[in-house]
Design a protein around this ligand. Sequence first.
Ligand SMILES: [Zn+2]
Length: 77
Amino acid sequence: MCFRPAEVAMKKCPECGTPNKPIANECAKCGAPLENKKMDFDADQASLDAANTFAAPKAPGAPKPPVKPGAPKPPMA
Ligand SMILES: [Zn+2]
C-alpha cells in the first residue's frame, strides 16, 4: 500500500481540472465552485445497496430438474 489515498480523494476542478483538497469548496486556481458531493450519502447508498444485495439472496440457484424416478441407471458391469 504505497499510494496515498489523499491524492485519490482530491477534488478535481470541473473548470480547469486542478486538483484541490477534498475540503476545498472552490478551486484554488480559478475559484470555480467545486461540487460538494456528500460522501456520506454516497456511502450510505453504497452500503444500502450492499446490504440489500446481501439481505436479498439471489434465487437459490436454478432448481435441478428432478432425476427421473422411473429411469434407473443401467448397471455398470
Ligand atoms: Zn479551477
